[in-house]
Write a protein that binds this ligand. Structure first.
Ligand code: GZL
Length: 339
């Protein structure tokens, strides 16, 4: 069955639990509202946004959540409900259903994986609640029809993977044998799939590039370290690591150092996200290149919602600009890095 790629997610934040409790106690029966809707309706003058954040697996993810906490505030006209799915799709689906029952004005989510969203998004469409995704993307069945996702904003993952391979091609010699190991992100996520797709669009054409193995590190430091230990035990001639996020890179560097392997010198390290701690390692030569993926998506989602509130036209696909950091340029960006 043909699949259509539609996009993205966002974040939110549960505010004023005490106030919610008061509202509920204040006698929903009198207002005739259900307990669930009373809280949201109590802030009628605010735009209510239900947000399902996929987890808190990485420094990037925490920065992404903070971006929404700082954007979606009462002062900015929002009532936010936040749910952390702890990397489980079923928790995200439960959260979206809860937002529907609370009749929020918008649903925003960062889909942990690309597929499995059609049914719950049809329920949101049925309820007349627009859905915006930021960061990761969803893949929907063509039969599901239009209007399941109003817009996506986030990083272009395939472009990120391409930029990584482009740097490697430009910074190694054609007659140099590259023995590459890869730490991939969460299985089935648009971030991991996109970065792999982009990287392979070049690596598949390079005679001298030998990808020894690609294993899922789930975007976590612990898993990255564990798999890098396996790689180092298994392959004696690794000279390139491609790690699909900085947290896995930090774990991999631990593994290298425990074996007196010099990261960035004995093994070329390509990473993604470009969080501050990683950029410091780029500056110090332990990471050779870091491809940016911006977590600061709160303001972009806010802008989309404002446009929708005012009946304006919005683009369905909204990729954000992203840089590539190396020792040559990192110093001019490091000080201003807020995450
Ligand atoms: C990318 C984002 C990824 C980051 C990881 O947009 O989805 O998830 O690269 C995070 O750090 O866990």
């Amino acid at each position: 069955m043909m699949k259509t790629k539609i996009k993205t997610a966002g974040h939110a934040f549960l505010i004023l639990p005490a106030v919610l409790a008061c509202v509920q106690l204040a006698g929903c029966a009198r207002s005739g509202k259900t307990e669930e809707t009373a809280a949201v309706d109590a802030f009628d003058n605010l735009i209510s946004v239900g947000f399902s954040q996929l987890g808190s697996e990485s420094v990037w993810r925490s920065a992404n959540t903070v971006s929404f906490q700082e954007t979606f505030t009462r002062e900015n006209g929002y009532f936010l409900l936040y749910e952390n799915a702890r990397q489980k799709q079923e928790n995200q689906i439960k959260a979206i259903r809860s937002f529907i029952s609370q009749r929020v004005d918008y649903i925003v989510f960062s889909p942990v994986t690309e597929t499995g969203w059609d049914t719950v998004l049809k329920e949101a469409r049925e309820a007349g609640i627009p859905v915006i995704t930021s960061d990761r993307q969803v893949v929907l069945d063509r039969d599901s029809g239009d209007g399941l996702v109003s817009a996506w904003v986030g990083g272009d993952m395939a472009a990120e993977g391409y930029k990584a391979a482009q740097w490697l091609r430009e910074n190694t010699k054609e007659d140099e044998k590259l023995n590459i190991v890869v730490l991939t992100g969460t299985e089935g996520s648009s971030a991991a799939l996109g970065r792999s797709e982009g990287f392979h669009s070049i690596s598949d054409t390079m005679e001298n590039w030998n990808i020894l193995e690609e294993k899922c590190g789930d975007f976590t430091l612990a898993k990255g370290q564990e798999i890098m230990e396996y790689y180092l035990d298994t392959y004696p001639d690794i000279n390139v690591l491609v790690s699909q996020n900085d947290d896995m890179t930090f774990g991999a560097i631990e593994a290298m150092r425990s074996r007196d392997i010099e990261p960035g010198t004995d093994i070329i390290i390509i990473s993604f996200d470009a969080v501050r701690e990683a950029l410091e390692m780029v500056r110090d030569g332990f990471i050779n290149v870091d491809v940016e993926c911006s977590p600061l998506l709160g303001p972009y989602v806010d802008e989309l919602i404002r446009k929708m509130e005012n009946g304006g036209q919005i683009e369905q696909s909204n990729p954000v600009d992203e840089l590539v950091f190396t020792a040559d340029n990192v110093k001019e960006y490091l000080e201003s890095r807020t995450y």
